[in-house]
Design a protein around this ligand. Structure first.
Ligand code: DGL
Length: 263
């Protein structure tokens, strides 16, 4: 790895910023390129074939343009489909983001866990296999949220979103009866953007499992020990629509790109 590695972080939209911020915390000295495929957002509404046909060549173009040393697919909806295709096609190391079912089931005391993801992610064969392999006897409920990623984007863009709209999306996660759900996997990188709202609107206290710190640690392992040049190289934030972020979004982005020039 070079002294200042270039890390490309990719998502369908702004949700990957929740993974990005953990990686930046761990490796502040890397050069970052964040790409939001807003021209094709939300991925949760596209078919599996459409996502593969969109993401695999797009990542190839981005590798050609930015020459990253490592690529993070900070999107469950894409990672649960495209990782094998990407690894077979390009020689760059990849880190994906998939539902954190194993640690959630290991931590649940009531043995009742919900997986909150996009409609695409909860339908995936990949996700079903994670449950088959790692549920460890837990009762796992898959909850496909239709609008929650878009609501999270809207909040970050400064729009007012009602509590009722968010509560309706998360309500199916909460099961009561012989055992109560005590753990919810945030299986979409957009959802940690709403963590305060999710916590406030939950009908009872649960642990929300956000895999971002674990993903950042995996990135750190692949990069090897940091060289610590002390400088903060400028980062790029790219929307595939070609639009410039609005002033409200620019201010929100400042919270994720602390003390860095953003092109
Ligand atoms: N951030 C993406 C994920 O982790 C999904 C949002 C979308 O539907 O595009 O699944």
């Amino acid at each position: 790895m070079p002294q200042t590695p270039t890390i490309l972080v990719f998502d369908s939209g702004l949700g990957g910023l929740t993974v990005f911020r953990e990686i930046v915390k761990l490796r502040p000295g890397a050069r970052y390129v964040y790409v939001a495929d807003d021209a094709y957002f939300p991925y949760g509404q596209h078919s599996e074939d459409e996502i593969i046909a969109r993401v695999v060549p797009l990542i190839g173009e981005l590798i050609g343009r930015h020459a990253p040393d490592l690529v993070v697919i900070a999107c469950n909806t894409a990672s649960t489909l495209v990782m094998a295709h990407l690894r077979a096609t390009y020689g760059v190391p990849f880190v994906g983001t998939v539902p954190a079912i194993k640690p959630a089931c290991a931590a649940s005391k009531t043995r009742r866990v919900s997986v909150l993801g996009t409609r695409g992610t909860v339908k995936r064969e990949y996700t079903r296999k994670l449950i088959a392999d790692f549920a460890q006897g837990c009762d796992v409920t898959l909850v496909g949220a239709e609008h929650l990623a878009s609501l999270a984007e809207a909040v970050l863009r400064g729009e007012t979103i009602s509590d009722a709209a968010i509560a309706a999306e998360i309500a199916p996660c909460f099961l009561d009866g012989t055992a109560r759900t005590d753990t919810v996997v945030l299986a979409c990188t957009h959802y940690p953007l709403l963590l305060d709202r999710l916590t406030a609107l939950a009908p009872w206290r649960v642990d929300w499992i956000d895999p971002a710190p674990a993903i950042a640690r995996r990135v750190g392992e692949l990069l090897g020990p940091p060289h610590g040049s002390g400088s903060l190289p400028p980062s790029e934030f790219i929307l595939t629509s070609g639009q410039r972020p609005s002033p409200v979004l620019s201010r929100a982005l400042d919270g994720f790109f602390p003390a860095r020039a953003v092109a």
